[in-house]
Write a new protein. Sequence first.
Length: 143
Amino acid sequence: MVIEIIISEFDFKVIRKLREKRILEDLTQEDLSAKVGVSESFFGNIENPKQPQKLNMRMFARVAKALEIKSYLELLPEEIVTNDLVKIRLKLLKINKRKEKDENGKPVKNMKIISIKAMSDKEISEYTASNEKNKFLRIISKH
């Protein structure tokens, strides 16, 4: 399935780092949810690009504590993001939820980035003013 999402570039990068760290720590989404004290589906929704749910700073701190990381930097992008909101076109990849690591112990990719386009100030204003439901997601193709 190919989708296009509108998301904060910072959120997108943090969520990808969070997923990678969770998998490297051999935690399922449900395990991490239990450690943080949220519903079982919470991290499934956070990591799913088709869902609008994202982390706030309080939850970010709780996740860092649950993952027992030494520094918040482990969950942050390596470079300063240069864009606010971006349109990201993704190909969602089918993965076996029980096998989130490859043969080398690295997290299996769950998506392929096709393109990332920064939104202009005008596009951001129009987007934030819109009351359209699910405006952050557009399904391009189902195969």
